[in-house]
Design a protein around this ligand. Structure first.
Ligand SMILES: Cc1cc2nc3c(=O)[nH]c(=O)nc-3n(C[C@H](O)[C@H](O)[C@H](O)COP(=O)(O)OP(=O)(O)OC[C@H]3O[C@@H](n4cnc5c(N)ncnc54)[C@H](O)[C@@H]3O)c2cc1C
Length: 305
């Protein structure tokens, strides 16, 4: 994968309260060249991590960039997607575009579909998958497909490494279990033990360049007799954190893989969702859309799409 072009070379440090060229008052800026230096910087002070900056900067429009920033885009240890003994390791520096360009097994089809719908090309080139998770927006398109993949996150600090299931990492709207001295270093995806099909569908107010009103991701494991051996489905933007649909997942097991699979979906499968009314859509609309999108997704998965 080609290295990304970024503003300042790794190893860059700028003093606190510098006057930027635009006249904006800035906090200190560090762009370490290696992971250890990054973790030491995090341990030493209250730093705001910036990866691609595509969530960080829009949240600060017309506000001074007063925080002390740790720019992690120069950390080679966070780059690349690797196959491991257990599955796949997506480095925290991997962008949406890099994910799309990497040859990966079919279980990643849903995550790649989501990647193609995150903003436009410029956002996909700069934004990282890990940044999407750490930002913890209810509308983060990466969450449902990674929940369907049963992903875990790897967190590092000077005290050592730990792993958490993604479902436990994000705890609420803009809230995660990351400690201030920790960096999310990778997303870990287990290898499927059976053939799988996976997909992602998103509804926004227009077709492209849009924040989700609802999105659904699904992964079905196929049994040898052509039925569903296991299912994992997750809905985003209908609760503070994207949620799996355990009752529907259980109802799918043993069903024949065919277009009619969507017929299994019933309103009670969405009882755990807590959609809100906001500028994008009213709660009732989101609940209806979640059901319709899930039916469509299962029809596509049943046909083998
Ligand atoms: C025009 C536009 C369109 C967009 N469209 C979409 C869309 O369709 N769908 C969607 O889901 N999102 C969308 N986004 C949001 C954003 O692009 C994504 O969430 C992106 O993946 C964020 O990644 P980043 O690397 O830019 O994160 P950053 O902005 O660098 O960081 C985001 C947050 O995560 C933290 N962070 C980042 N990396 C780490 C790490 N390794 N360890 C710990 N903390 C970390 C930062 O401190 C910050 O709080 C859009 C944004 C813009 C500006």
């Amino acid at each position: 994968m080609a290295p990304r072009l970024t503003g300042k070379p790794p190893g860059t440090q700028m003093p606190p309260v510098a006057q930027g060229r635009s006249g904006i008052i800035m906090g200190s800026y560090q762009r370490p060249a290696d992971l250890d230096a990054g973790l030491q910087a995090l341990a030493a002070g209250n730093l705001t991590i910036v990866a691609g900056g595509t969530d960080y900067y829009p949240a600060r429009v017309e506000r001074p960039l007063a925080e002390d920033v740790l720019d992690i885009s120069g950390l080679a240890a966070l780059r690349g997607i690797e196959a491991t003994e257990e599955g796949f390791r997506i480095g925290a520096g991997v962008t949406w575009s890099e994910l799309i360009a990497t040859r990966l097994p079919r279980c990643f089809d849903g995550l790649k579909q989501a990647a193609r719908e995150v903003g436009g090309r410029q956002i996909q080139n700069a934004g990282t998958i890990a940044g999407n998770l750490c930002n913890a927006s209810p509308a983060a398109d990466g969450m449902p497909p990674l929940l369907a993949l049963d992903a875990r996150v790897e967190l590092a600090s000077l005290a050592g490494m730990r792993e958490l299931p993604l479902a436990e990492f994000v705890t609420g709207n803009r809230r995660t279990r990351r400690r201030p001295d920790e960096l999310l270093t990778a997303i870990l995806v287990p290898s499927p033990t059976r053939p799988v099909r996976s997909r992602f569908v998103k509804l926004g107010a227009r077709k492209y360049l849009v924040i989700s009103i609802v999105m659904v991701a699904g992964l079905l494991e196929e049994a040898e007799n052509g039925t569903v051996a296991a299912a994992r489905l997750a809905v985003g933007a209908c609760s503070a954190v994207a949620r799996r649909l355990p009752e529907l997942e259980a109802a799918l097991v043993g069903r024949r893989l065919e277009a009619r699979l969507g017929g299994v979906v019933a309103p009670e499968h969405f009882a755990g969702l807590t959609p809100i009314d906001d500028i994008r859509a009213p709660a009732d609309y989101r609940r209806d859309a979640a059901l319709i999108l899930t039916r469509r997704l299962l029809a596509q998965l049943g046909q083998g799409a």
